[in-house]
Design a protein. Structure first.
Length: 70
């Protein structure tokens, strides 16, 4: 039996999750004129994963939070 709790950040991301996050990242990069292979896009991608693991699952909310971060 597990003695430590399983935290959301420890759960795997499945292909549906990654598809959603990739789509949001594409939208944010397009809106901001960023290429996907830049450090800025990588930072936004990491932020999106962090937000998703914290429970933000709505595409619009994820995009708005990522755009606010810039």
């Amino acid at each position: 039996m597990l003695k430590s709790p399983v935290l959301p950040r420890d759960l795997p991301l499945f292909s549906d999750d990654l598809d959603l996050l990739s789509g949001v990242l594409d939208d944010v990069c397009k809106d901001r004129g960023l290429e996907r292979n830049t450090l800025a896009a990588e930072t936004i991608g990491a932020l999106l994963i962090q937000l998703y693991r914290q429970g933000v699952r709505d595409q619009g909310k994820l995009a708005a939070l990522a755009k606010a971060y810039l």
